[in-house]
Ligand binder design. Sequence first.
Ligand SMILES: C[S@@+](CC[C@H](N)C(=O)[O-])C[C@H]1O[C@@H](n2cnc3c(N)ncnc32)[C@H](O)[C@@H]1O
Length: 230
Amino acid sequence: MTRIFFLAAWVAASGSLCDVGAQAARFPPADRPVAPITTPAYSTEAARDAHGEAERVLNRLSVKPGMRVADVGAGDGYYTVRLSKRLGPGATIYAEDVKQPHLDRLAARLTRERITGVTLVHGTPSDPRLPAQSIDLALLAHMYHEIEQPYEFVYQLHGALALGGRVAVIDNDKPTENHGTPPALLRCELAAVGYREVDFLLLAPADGYLAVFAPPEALPRPEDIRPCRR
Ligand SMILES: C[S@@+](CC[C@H](N)C(=O)[O-])C[C@H]1O[C@@H](n2cnc3c(N)ncnc32)[C@H](O)[C@@H]1O
């Protein structure tokens, strides 16, 4: 049965509203437009599969049984269901999203398709709220440009990565206001938090690119993070 992993309300978990404001102020805001959240899915699953998107991405990332993977910004779960097939019984999969209605739709889909072993996580715009050191791979597909607080988000994501863990971003090479992230901007923003790009692949004939990052051994102080200009 799908496990629901709803963490405590973030205000309660983070202390008073003043504390929350102080924490947010320590991180720079994105110095470029942030795309609004519009839909829980990118394109159509049929079109993406016809172009071999997930197959290409999961092969390049060497995703295999035993790996613990988070589908961050899972939406309707294009990657969640394909991860479940690839990782097999006993898989550790987190499907995280900032929108509760998107998680509700995904929970219904998982039940309908009899997919088990997925833990749903309700994150915030600045923290995916995944358990500490719980994942080998975080997959951020067609959502990076919608993260309201990208520096704090990838900073918090660091704590969820197990030793040797990686962060994989799939996006279109378009301005962020047009629901993409130019690769140079992505590299700059991740590097500002200490991440290092270790792989890059254009996904044609599928849309966009895959960029893979290794986390830093030590994070910078939030107040030392310098935002990138586009
Ligand atoms: C265009 S959909 C893509 C969904 C899915 N990853 C895919 O490839 O089809 C973007 C998703 O990211 C989610 N999202 C946006 N900002 C987020 C954030 N800061 N944390 C988690 N999810 C976020 C949205 O709610 C939405 O479900």
